[in-house]
Design a protein around this ligand. Structure first.
Ligand code: F0G
Length: 445
């Protein structure tokens, strides 16, 4: 494999993909992409990533890897709109749970995997809270192009995700530590052993994730929404979304920028604290390193570890922090934090609306509710919440929320400070007796 750098050897900052647009074939209007809808027999036109090839033209087309990612949906949800305080028709859910591995990660993985192939890699690695590893494992097993090596924290990964990595045959390394520990180790190991790293510090991951925003625009018939709201963990998505809109604006393909809201869990709120309390900004590409260093030194001194039911975003050292600051600057962004209670209540509302999601995803809906209550988002504004992962990723959290078993509730959720399940849909226990069953149905329906 060729040597691959994800960061500048001199300053240590992560690399960014920049295109010579003047030499590329850029469409004159986003509508040009619609012609590809008609040709689903072409795997690259079927892919919700490579359909937008002209906006991420880093690889020769014949090398672009696809497993059918990005066949996702923008769904207008009246129920969730009412819950967050928006007028009917103003709240949209970008449902990334429909991806082959059940989360948005497949968008970025198809791109990073393609780049790995370009370098001649035979092994690819990641640290993960579960979804990146499920996605990498799937690409490896479906294409047979590489072997997957995944690093996960002990007891920190939802079973739906772990089951995927195991089933797809990935070499699964469980570190005695959390995601932040696994992230540090995977960088050392991949460097030492020359394994291709696919975490979102790899800039090609972000190229693939830009396409989520192209599909949002497509779903809105190429109109720009007022707000994009996204959960924040390692901050790959928010960074990618900002880059997508910056490029589209520079290319003259959109008339204005949307605003961006990044939502942390209260128990993993590095971005929120740094931006909203400490005033950290992009600052023309030179965010205050002292501020960041001081923040992490204090975090270590106090032994603060990330802790939230939204295990996908249980991250205290987001690797894409600077790129996310650029996105916040370009999109006049805001950052908020929401509690595990707010996340689970929002998740139940999303589920009741028909598109189930995992806890981390529901942070976007809980964050929107908060921003509407603060008057930052107006009730008539058009808002897109990104639902990053499928409901089946973390069935334990869902069952514990809806259960009648207080012990189970306390074990799974009580330990996270969740006190009530306001929107629980409780199973009805009934004797194995026809009359009793019919009585129960009359009573409860
Ligand atoms: N939502 C889900 C379902 C995720 O799996 C993740 C990240 C995020 C949100 C946060 O996205 O990192 O782009 O800010 N999961 C990673 C993983 C860290 O390993 O699967 P981000």
């Amino acid at each position: 494999m060729e040597e691959v750098h994800v960061a500048c050897p001199r300053c240590g900052n992560l690399l960014d993909v920049a295109y010579a647009w003047d030499k590329a074939r850029v469409p004159r209007s986003l509508r040009e992409f619609e012609a590809k809808w008609a040709d689903r027999a072409n795997p690259h036109y079927f892919s919700g990533v490579w359909r937008f090839y002209e906006l991420l033209p880093f690889a020769p087309p014949e090398l672009c890897v696809t497993v059918g990612e990005g066949q996702t949906l923008l769904h207008a949800s009246e129920g969730v709109a009412r819950y967050v305080g928006l007028r009917p028709g103003r709240l949209f859910l970008q449902y990334e749970g429909m991806n082959p591995s059940g989360s948005f990660k497949d968008n970025g993985m198809s791109a990073a995997f393609t780049h790995a192939r370009m370098t001649g890699a035979t092994r690819a690695a990641c640290a993960s809270t579960g979804n990146t590893s499920a996605s990498l494992a799937l690409y490896c097993s479906a294409t047979r192009l590489m072997k997957a090596v995944i690093f996960v924290g002990s007891g920190k990964i939802a079973y739906g995700k772990l089951s995927q990595a195991l089933d797809y045959g990935a070499l699964t390394v469980q570190i005695a530590g959390d995601f932040d520990d696994a992230m540090a180790r995977v960088q050392e190991v991949s460097k030492r052993l020359g394994i291709y790293l696919v975490n979102s510090l790899n800039p090609f991951r972000l190229e693939g994730q830009k396409t989520i925003m192209y599909r949002v625009l497509e779903g809105l018939r190429w109109e720009v929404p007022d707000w994009i709201v996204v959960p924040g963990g390692n901050l790959g998505n928010s960074s990618a979304f900002g880059k997508a809109f910056i490029e589209l604006s520079q290319l003259g393909l959109i008339p204005r920028m949307p605003r961006l809201a990044v939502i942390n869990a209260t128990g993993a709120n590095t971005l929120y604290r740094l931006v909203e309390h400490e005033g950290l900004r992009w600052n023309g590409g030179a965010p205050c390193q002292d501020l960041i260093r001081k923040f992490y030194a204090e975090m270590d001194a106090q032994h603060r570890r990330a802790h939230t039911i939204a295990s996908a975003i249980e991250i205290n050292r987001p690797v894409n922090l600077p790129k996310c600051l650029r996105a916040l600057e370009a999109c006049r962004g805001v950052v908020r934090q929401v509690s595990d209670q707010e996340i689970l209540d929002a998740k139940a509302q999303v589920g009741a609306g028909g598109l189930g999601c995992e806890p981390a995803s529901a942070a976007s809906v809980a964050g929107t509710k908060l921003l509407v209550s603060e008057g930052i988002i107006g009730p008539d504004e058009r808002v897109v919440c990104v639902l990053t992962g499928h409901q089946l990723k973390d069935p334990d959290a869902t069952v514990a929320y809806h259960t009648t078993d207080q012990e189970l509730f306390n074990k799974v959720l009580g330990s996270r400070g969740v006190r009530r399940a306001a929107f629980a849909n409780r199973a009805v226990a009934v004797a194995n007796d026809l009359d009793e069953i019919i009585k129960a149905i009359h009573l409860y329906s």
